[in-house]
Every structure is written in C-alpha cells, then in structure tokens.
Write a protein that binds this ligand. Structure first.
Ligand SMILES: [Mg+2]
Length: 135
C-alpha cells in the first residue's frame, strides 16, 4: 500500500486479518509515490529484494506529497517490467477524471475508500479472485 496516511494502512491490515484469506501475504507500506518508485527500482534502502520483494499488487493512493499516485502510475506504465504489476487505485477521490486517467494508465481497478472496516472487508473479499491472483 502506498498512502500518505498511515492510519489507512492499519485499517487495511485489520481488514486483511478479518478477511481470513487462505493465501499467505505480506503487507508493506510506503508513504508516497517517490518511495514507491525507489522501492520498485530497488534504490537505496530498498536494494535488498529479501526486504523489499516485488509486490503482487499495488494499492495506490492518488493524493500524496513528493510524488502523487498519478505520476507514479504514469512512470510504472511507461516501464515494460513494472507495468506487469497490477495496480488498484485506493483513494478518497471519486472524480470521474481520475477514474478515466488511471484506467488509461493501466490501473486494473479504482476504489473510493469506504468509511468502515466491514465495507473494506467486503471489497477485499469481493475482488480477491481478481486482485490476489498472483498471491
Ligand atoms: Mg492521500
């Protein structure tokens, strides 16, 4: 998960625990698009693949400092290797222009953050076949 609000990561973790998926998973948190690109390109503190494994799925917020989700997605989309990683937009935005833009940049889904953990659990379970195929 890439999000400038770490509270949303703790909510996501709780939702994963409640979902009780049968596959094993590891959730990693990054605070903005710049850290995501450094992570994916194994720069600096992300150089060790054992510590920074390639993600099976990226949950990407849109509005973040340093590099926002639109810019990061655009960079991922231009990289033949990174564009294979499925990206789901996970944001407070519900703007049609963001939906169109991110779809055109290859995002597989666009989710407006729900207000409750129960709703998030339903979203995770409802999309698990599609999102976690590689897990
Ligand atoms: Mg944000």
């Amino acid at each position: 998960m890439v999000d400038d609000d770490e509270d949303d990561f703790f909510i996501l973790k709780s939702a994963f625990e409640e979902s009780a998926f049968s596959f094993s998973y590891q959730l990693n948190f990054l605070p903005n698009g710049q850290e995501l690109m450094d992570y994916l390109r194994r720069k600096g503190k992300y150089s060790d693949p054992a510590v920074s494994p390639r993600p099976s799925l990226i949950l990407l917020d849109l509005n973040m400092p340093r590099k926002d989700g639109r810019e990061a997605l655009s960079e991922i989309n231009r990289d033949p290797d990174l564009r294979e990683i499925p990206v789901v937009i996970f944001t407070t935005s519900s703007a049609e222009e963001d939906k169109v833009l991110t779809r055109n940049l290859g995002a597989i889904d666009f989710v407006t953050k729900p207000s409750s953990i129960d709703d998030l659990v339903e979203i995770l379970k409802g999309n698990s076949d599609k999102w976690f195929r590689g897990c």
